[in-house]
Unconditional design. Structure first.
Lengths: 339, 339
């Protein structure tokens, strides 16, 4: 078989899979943000009808999964696989969300890069001829993340200016081998970049060098100019990490500024909402992709995006042990037409 | 393209990838067990030269990765992807193990089913034409797992008779598209089975129904009899879960007993070692596969195995919240010859 590999980290899909349906769900903070009208469902109840923050996250992701499946006009039982993961210890948010679906599960952990990771593997599974329909999805919840990674909410700790706000949001995509856009055309898989940043209240700085590495590698290996894309969209660098990325790219001879956006900056209004450096979490990039970016591709407003979700690989334990926060970024090229 | 799907959960690989090299590493308890001579490296130092149990796990997995790469006669830079995950919160064991490798990473979370999950996806990536060489691996460490999931070691808590001993072990496999056995021929991906078991000291009971579901589905969808396989090997059911599996299979009309083994029962001598129901952990099935099972396929002692790694999807938080322990099992058919 002809290799689909066009570079050390990049593959070109032979029969680009279609993103045939997608859904996004958010909470109260997201309902107050500039993308409110992009969500398929917004809950005023941060518990999503559940009894704990962890089960709230599962309920939210299940809601998102159900909406995506409904929009695809299928039943969950038609799906060949679901690929999902989240930030909670042992990925319980995802597991309890899909436990009754009856769909074969590949569990992932890519921190906040999970939407791009799940999308990458789902696209490869379909292009490889192993499946007809696959769901790729992820979520995050401010309340479950805050108490697990930082402090109990009731403590009311002051947040650092560089800190980000974990989105209470989920995104779910249904991929298929249908002949209609948008298509997943290229995948550039990230390797770990250790920038030596140890401040877990400054994830943007820890992830920006990984975003740089993956985006520049993608452009080099595809032979594309940044301006090929209408939008190059990182996951959750926030304003601090975004500025570092643009500056580092400039130092490397690339002007990303005309096309570079960050889901963490798009999802909230930093002037009006107290989110400090911006949004973060798996659900941030997932919901912005499903709610804001893919509709732009569908309605013809834009033709191509490079979705580059960023992840900070660490645990409270490794941070307490003085380890640095490892960055990773997976990039997926999504285009209205096959190329 | 012709679909490789032969059933709802099973695919047949078109060009079965080869497992071209593999390595296993273990600790002190494993060195005292019946498979001691199967390990490529055994450490008397449970810290593996590191300063914390968590970094010890990373050091152990890195050692295993380095040995596997060395046995494959390649440098790590030749690998197209590494697929790995572990039991630690946010999978930090794996992330810090591969952080300096420079290999594109797909992080996974499948609890103790991770070896079969990583093997499944690695085989699909190669058969799909996306890569030439992929590493699939995982690890677990008794000391990091014990304090994270149960109690601090220094507490000296009494263990339940149904409890299992998390193996301090790692296994790493290098898959390639070379024309030599053993080959990955079929993959049956598990869905979550919720048996309603809430006792986290009785994981075998929680996982056995998932193992049953996946193994019986595999046999049905491939049209194979249990006796087709020289060995059907579950990951870490332990003696409690193993007996439940064999009994449930019998009730469903399948006599698995002549060919059914469990890595958790193979790795330790329950008469001489104080491991209660047997071994567990991602590293248990991974090291038994790499150290004990694959050599049997290479030396012609056996011709085919069904490797069915089992996972318990839960976190201490979900258990404290009264949720049940979800079971999953992924099965991979590994054969000396292509079929």
């Amino acid at each position: 078989m002809e290799s689909k590999r066009i570079g050390k980290q990049t593959i070109k899909l032979q029969n680009p899979p279609c993103i045939s349906a997608f859904a996004s769900v958010g909470g109260k903070m997201e309902a107050d943000g500039p993308l409110a009208k992009c969500f398929d469902y917004l809950s005023e109840d941060s518990y999503f009808g559940a009894k704990s923050w962890e089960s709230a996250e599962s309920a939210m992701l299940k809601k998102c999964f159900d909406i995506a499946v409904g929009k695809a006009g299928i039943s969950a039982g038609v799906l060949d696989y679901v690929l999902t993961g989240d930030l909670l210890n042992q990925c319980v948010g995802s597991e309890f969300a899909v436990k009754d679906s009856g769909v074969p599960l590949f569990g992932l952990y890519g921190a906040c890069s999970t939407m791009a990771e799940s999308l990458s593997l789902a696209a490869m599974i379909i292009d490889g001829g192993f499946a007809d329909k696959v769901c790729a999805m992820t979520s995050s919840h401010f309340c479950s993340a805050e108490r697990q990674f930082r402090l109990p909410l009731s403590y009311g700790g002051q947040r650092s200016p560089t800190a980000q706000w974990t989105a209470t949001a989920a995104g779910a995509l249904i991929l298929s081998n249908e002949e209609k856009g948008p298509y997943v055309t290229h995948i550039t898989t990230g390797k770990i970049v250790d920038a030596g940043v140890c401040d877990s209240a400054n994830m943007g700085s820890a992830m920006a060098p990984a975003a740089l590495e993956t985006i520049l590698t993608h452009l080099t290996e595809t032979g594309r100019d940044p301006m090929y894309y209408d939008m190059i969209v990182t996951g959750d660098l926030g304003v601090v990490g975004h500025e570092i990325l643009v500056e580092l790219a400039f130092q490397n001879g690339y002007d990303l500024s005309p096309v570079c956006y960050d889901c963490g900056m798009l999802i909230y209004d930093r002037e009006k909402q107290d989110v400090h450096a911006g949004g973060s979490g798996c659900g941030c990039s997932a919901s912005v992709l499903a709610g804001h970016l893919l509709p732009k591709l569908i309605n013809g407003e834009i033709k191509s995006i490079l979705f580059a979700a960023t992840g900070a690989l660490m645990s409270p334990t490794t941070s307490q042990q003085g380890e640095s926060i490892l960055g990773i970024c997976h990039a997926v090229s999504i285009e209205a037409e096959k190329c």
